[in-house]
Design a binder for this molecule. Structure first.
Ligand SMILES: [Ca+2]
Ligand SMILES: [Ca+2]
Length: 368
């Protein structure tokens, strides 16, 4: 049976867009599309292995970001399922799909042949379908905002692999050696961070390494634990790190602007060394020459996008990128801003057609 809530939601959206305006969507959602095909549960594992989770696409902003990154012609598993109770769709964080945003394709979910897992791409990357969990597809992983630990993004160097280093030395020498290479001694601020670093230690090594300070004391770690150690007397190998940019944040989640409005959006990022942050429009880096009324002012680990007197031509895809010397570490690090300009009636007509389609399907269904 078609869910009436879907129809109602679409109607509400179509009336909300009846005015002529530009909509700006922004997001820093840490979404990454992976193209290797695997069953749903295996995709869940693959994301966890990256300290992420299958995408929880519970807003329009996220769905746009998600639909943009799914490779053309591919499908992607999303993080929702009704495998526990048929028809009761829950996201990976146990929140209910139907109590928030959702965007099923027309006629879905249909539980055809017992389909219990959510995917996008089978019916366009913007719309969702329920699919057999055992089928193999690509998937979208998401960095959870509540688990943004620097250690997840750290790239470690062990002193015995840095050719110019004294591989065993005192804490203060170790610290200097890291700094002389633009790195710092690896930091561990929680159990979780310890586990992430632990996984990167050479296998079967019982070696103890210097890492950064904790509570003002010198700390060493091996594959079992952290240990406070006498700073001066012991010569140990050590671990330096750089931290790939993370926690890229765009200041405004979904501002709406009219033609001739001014717009200012900040983008900030974390990382070590502090990352450079800059804006792109439609794949091209914004410079003074790009556009007369597009500017960006670059700050420390931040950049502010400024649009003076917005025009229709400013519509497009904006990305804020953060980069530092850890750039051999591959993560999609960007904030996404979608700016759309609706010309008169266009958007409404599309939506209404869609609604008619739903109503017709519903009528046909009821006639049967
Ligand atoms: Ca089902
Ligand atoms: Ca289906």
């Amino acid at each position: 049976m078609m869910d009436l809530k879907i129809i109602c939601l679409l109607l509400v959206v179509s009336f909300a867009n009846a005015e002529k305006y530009m909509t700006v969507y922004s997001s820093q959602q840490g979404l990454t599309f992976y193209g290797d095909s695997r069953p749903w549960c295996s995709a869940v594992q693959a994301c966890i292995g990256r300290y992420q989770h299958l995408g929880i696409i519970n807003s329009e902003t996220l769905n746009i970001a998600s639909s943009k990154i799914i490779q053309s012609g591919k499908r992607a598993w999303l993080g929702a399922s009704d495998m526990y109770t048929e028809g009761h769709w829950i996201w990976f964080d146990s929140s209910q799909v139907y109590s928030g945003y959702y965007m099923w394709a027309g006629g879905e979910p249909n539980n055809d042949n017992n389909e219990d897992c959510m995917e996008a791409g089978g019916k366009g990357t913007y719309y969702w379908n329920d699919e057999g969990c055992g089928d193999s597809h690509g998937y979208i992983c998401q960095i959870s905002t509540s688990r943004q630990l620097p250690a997840m993004y750290s790239v470690l160097s062990f002193s015995d692999t840095i050719s110019t280093s004294n591989s065993r030395t005192t804490f203060s020498n170790a610290k200097q050696e890291c700094e002389s290479k633009g790195m710092r001694l690896a930091r561990v601020d929680s159990r979780e961070e310890f586990q992430i670093l632990q996984n990167q230690l050479p296998r079967n090594s019982n070696e103890k390494y210097w890492i950064g300070t904790k509570h003002g004391k010198c700390v060493a770690m091996n594959n079992k634990d952290l240990e406070f150690t006498d700073c001066s007397s012991t010569a140990l190998p050590f671990i330096c790190e750089v931290v790939s940019p993370y926690a890229v944040e765009v200041s405004d989640e979904s501002p709406k602007i009219h033609e001739n409005d001014n717009l200012q959006i900040d983008c900030k990022a974390s990382g070590f060394p502090l990352p450079d942050v800059f804006w792109y429009k439609d794949g091209e880096r914004i410079t003074e020459q790009t556009d007369q009324h597009l500017h960006q002012s670059i700050g420390s680990a931040s950049a502010t996008l400024k649009i003076d007197r917005a025009q229709m031509g400013d519509a497009g895809e904006y990305r804020c990128y953060a980069a530092n010397t850890a750039n051999n570490f591959e993560l999609n690090v960007f904030g996404l801003l979608m700016m759309e300009v609706y010309t008169e009636g266009e958007e409404e007509i599309e939506r209404v057609t869609e609604n008619l389609d739903f109503w017709q399907r519903l009528e046909n269904y009821q006639k049967q």
